[in-house]
Design a protein around this ligand. Structure first.
Ligand code: ADP
Ligand code: MG
Length: 253
């Protein structure tokens, strides 16, 4: 199996605050990695670092074989110009806790925007693809609505369709259901579950343990900037070796 994301000895600090203290993680192509951990443990920073929204201070991350923000020449890494970083970043879909849809655009135009502006796709082609993606997330009838007219669960499904429109090699989810009313969580998890079944490579930060147990190939437990424990869900969730993992699971289950 090939490795889609390869994270080696990654460190990241904000001023004197060490947020990532040496992260090593490999995500294989076609697999789902679920990241768990208490608030402040560095989960969002890790996702943002993968995407080069934050620069690692030390260590190296490759996505699909290459760093997002650097060019390698021999042993040295050189920072890439912003437009090249943006181009590489189009291969990574990012779904945020708060959806972050464009409020002034219709649902359809939210999905069409990036393929047209970032990939220079013909608009008609992007529109046809957007309709297919909206159908896939169960929102074929909402193409002409505006985000404010949708429930949170519907908005998040639009955000997923928007991420898919760039045909990413990797999808990153940062607590995609944490901002939702409980009754809307399931419809978003169903879409992510469906993507997993189709072999989409994903890293999902979530507190939904039942979802992790069912969908994850690997569960990673982070605390205080480190990976405390990782392995298949039946090991990490059912028989955690580390006391900190047990304490966390006792709180969220
Ligand atoms: P998590 O997603 O696990 O809750 P985060 O990665 O968001 O954790 O944050 C880890 C720590 O880093 C927290 O203490 C947070 O306040 C701090 N932090 C995150 N981003 C920044 C930033 N841009 N500047 C300063 N501190 C930050
Ligand atoms: Mg977070």
């Amino acid at each position: 199996m090939t490795v889609m994301v390869d994270i080696r000895s990654v460190h990241k600090s904000f001023g004197s605050l060490d947020v990532l203290k040496g992260i090593d993680l490999q995500v294989r192509t076609g697999e789902v990695t679920v990241v768990l951990g208490p608030s402040g443990s560095g989960k969002s920073t890790l996702l943002r670092t993968i995407n080069h929204l934050e620069k690692a201070d030390r260590g190296e991350i490759t996505v699909d074989g290459a760093p997002v923000g650097y060019r390698r020449a021999g042993d040295r890494l050189y920072e890439l110009p912003e437009r090249e970083v943006l181009r590489r970043r189009t291969k990574i879909g990012f779904v945020f806790q708060n959806f972050r849809l464009f409020p002034h655009l219709t649902v359809l135009d939210n999905v069409v925007e990036a393929p047209v502006s970032a990939l220079k796709r013909p608009r008609a082609q992007a529109v046809a693809q957007a309709h297919r993606l909206l159908a896939r997330v169960g929102l074929a009838d909402k193409a002409d609505a505006y985000p404010a007219q949708l429930s949170g669960g519907q908005q998040q499904r639009v955000a997923i369709a928007r991420a898919l429109a760039l045909e990413p090699r990797l999808l990153l989810f940062d607590e995609p259901t944490s901002a939702l009313d409980p009754e809307l969580v399931g419809e978003v998890l169903d879409v992510i579950r469906d993507l997993a079944a189709q072999g989409t490579t994903m890293i999902v930060v979530t507190h939904e343990i039942a979802f992790a147990r069912e969908v994850a190939d690997t569960v990673v437990f982070m605390a205080d900037g480190r990976i405390v424990e990782q392995g298949p869900p039946e090991a990490v969730l059912a028989a955690p070796r580390e006391e900190r993992t047990r304490a966390f699971l006792a709180k969220v289950l």
